[in-house]
Write a protein that binds this ligand. Structure first.
Ligand code: G
Ligand code: MN
Length: 384
């Protein structure tokens, strides 16, 4: 299985159309799953993640718009292409409101179908990569000319954002080791965490966003058993926020249970005195994790620079590890090295039992991913 092969979910109650659309995409390199109802599509979405969803709108039972709504509760970013035999303003508006990528009218020409699906996958990946690789200093103007509108939308996002939690499980003990707090937005113009972060960067409001996330994230800690930690993501620029080092916040009051994640994806080059800043956080009682290890362009420099307590193996290393000898060697080496340095290792983005078993054989006992639980609020219970 090629891990870069795009995964498409095709949904239509008309069997003939379903097959024609699926065949066109399979022929152009997609791995295709078919669903003949909205309900069946939802079951597929709950089982695995897709790079693009193409769905009919007019279906008995759960129609395409309802499906889109439900998908958004699960996966905020997956591009969704809506297809209808009876185009009308209402469904087009509803589709856009829930962040559909495209709205097509039947009969759809197959060249068009494939083109639109490929574009959606590329744009989705590019948007993700752009955010991840974004240089800290002098970010490009991505919302040219509409700063006021963006400010309004960002303020709304800030007011309405919430935190979803995803468990990190300890396999051998069958217990929850920690939860990762993940930003979620209710603002329809900035529907995904990536969009909210982009807007915050653009507007110079990363500190405002970080403060709200940290305050919200820690709220339920009283409901969690005392030996369960909470992982919270930092933006590199958060390291420049004096409020992060405050000694009178609800977060610092429980610092020994907090692990601050610093991503390997973004450069720390623009942050002066990174080591001293991280040392201050440690003195306050926080632990430090390197997030997305193996995905970043900074190589392993963050290991030496941050001397983390925890590393999180990026899902790119985990995906398909059971069938990929190179990933197996890499991951085993990272685990060996971490153990020698006394660093705790967590695997991220586990979706299959095969990935889980291979990672366990490699010596990793802490894992996170859809296989155990999707991020949600209220805090979900994992299945083992
Ligand atoms: O960069 P960071 O590791 O903090 O990002 C975690 C993101 O990965 C979250 O948005 C979360 O919803 C998503 N995620 C969590 N588990 C899985 C998984 O098993 N598969 C996939 N594809 N994404 C996941
Ligand atoms: Mn993370």
């Amino acid at each position: 299985m090629n891990p870069h092969q795009p995964r498409a979910l095709v949904v239509d109650d008309n069997e003939a159309i379903l097959r024609v659309h699926a065949r066109a995409l399979t022929g152009k390199g997609f791995r295709v799953e078919m669903a003949s109802s909205g309900e069946a599509a939802m079951r597929a979405v709950q089982k695995q993640s897709f790079d693009v969803i193409l769905t009919d709108i007019d279906m008995p039972g759960m129609n395409g718009i309802r499906l889109l709504e439900q998908v958004r509760a699960h996966d905020l970013d997956v591009p969704t292409i809506m297809i209808t035999g009876t185009p009308c303003v209402d469904t087009a508006a509803a589709a856009m409101e829930h962040g559909a990528s495209r709205y097509l009218t039947k009969p759809v020409e197959m060249g068009m179908l494939v083109k639109v699906a490929k574009e959606a996958v590329t744009q989705h990946r590019a948007a993700k990569a752009r955010r991840q690789a974004l240089e800290l200093a002098g970010g490009v103007e991505r919302f040219v000319g509409n700063r006021e509108g963006l400010t309004t939308n960002f303020n709304r996002a800030l007011d309405s954002l919430y935190v979803a939690y995803q468990p990190i499980v300890c396999l051998t003990k069958g217990t929850v080791y920690a939860h990762e707090a993940l930003l979620r937005s209710r603002e329809s113009t900035l529907p995904g965490p990536g969009e909210v972060l982009d807007a915050a960067e653009e507007l110079g409001r990363i500190h405002d966003l970080g403060r709200v996330i940290r305050a919200r994230a820690v709220e339920p800690i009283g409901e969690l058993p005392k030996d369960v930690s909470l992982f919270i993501n930092l933006h590199p620029l958060d390291l420049m926020d004096p409020q992060l080092y405050a000694t009178d916040t609800p977060l610092v009051a429980v610092a020994s249970r907090i692990v601050l994640e610093i991503t390997e994806r973004a450069s720390l080059a623009g942050i002066p005195d990174v080591q001293a800043r991280v040392a201050s956080l440690r003195r306050l009682g926080y632990r430090i994790a390197i997030d997305d290890l193996g995905a970043g362009y900074s190589g392993l420099t963050s290991f030496a620079l941050l001397q983390p307590d925890v590393v999180k193996l990026d899902m790119a290393l985990v995906r398909g590890i059971d069938t990929d000898p190179t990933k197996q060697v890499l991951v085993r080496a990272l685990i060996e090295m971490s153990k020698e340095l006394g660093i705790t290792v967590t695997g991220e983005g586990l979706e299959t039992v095969e990935e889980r078993d291979e990672l366990r054989r490699a010596g990793c006992d802490l894992m996170q991913g859809y296989l155990f639980a999707r991020p949600s609020n209220p805090i979900p219970k994992p299945s083992f």
